[in-house]
Write a new protein. Structure first.
Length: 173
């Protein structure tokens, strides 16, 4: 618990968007300050940026969403966008989005082994308007690729030039 402006908030650690992401829940009236963890119209960027990051940010995100899914929130105040009221529905929409993305990645790699950058260009295409957008998108794709690799659905193959390609695992669980 933390006291802010004479109010008591429960601190909820919700890694995924960032390793140290927290949300604040005020039980008195059901206000949840979700920061970038749950956004009303877009999904937060879940990226893998460096070897020092938590190794499976997408799994962290899924677990964090599950942790807050039954929170009795009546008003969700996100870090971006308008306040909203139906946390459980929004969590379901976000989880479904990521499941669709995982399926898209497996389908693309099943056709042909690809690098994270190639997959990013296939999945984000014209939305990659600058280097910053490309960097964020590649980090997001890497988080999805590692999620699949850690579940033995994909494997990495490295070329002599050091480029990592992902292939569908031949030992699917």
């Amino acid at each position: 618990m933390v006291q802010l402006a004479d109010e008591t908030y429960q601190v909820l650690w919700v890694p995924g968007h960032s390793d140290g992401q927290i949300g604040l829940f005020r039980e008195r009236d059901g206000v949840f300050l979700s920061a970038d963890h749950v956004l009303p119209r877009i999904t937060p960027n879940i990226g893998l940026y460096s070897p020092q990051d938590r190794p499976d940010p997408l799994e962290d995100f899924f677990q964090s969403l599950t942790k807050i899914s039954s929170l009795p929130a009546k008003c969700i105040l996100p870090g971006h966008g308008e306040a909203f009221t139906d946390l459980a529905t929004r969590i379901t929409e976000i989880m479904e989005h990521h499941q669709r993305r995982l399926t898209q990645i497996i389908d693309l790699i099943a056709k042909q082994p690809q690098s994270a950058t190639q997959l990013t260009k296939h999945l984000f295409g014209p939305r990659l308007k600058n280097h910053e957008a490309l960097r964020l998108a590649v980090a997001e794709i890497l988080a999805h690729l590692e999620y699949l690799r850690l579940r033995q659905q994909l494997m990495q193959q490295q070329t002599q030039a050091g480029i990592l390609y992902y292939v569908v695992s031949t030992t699917l669980p």
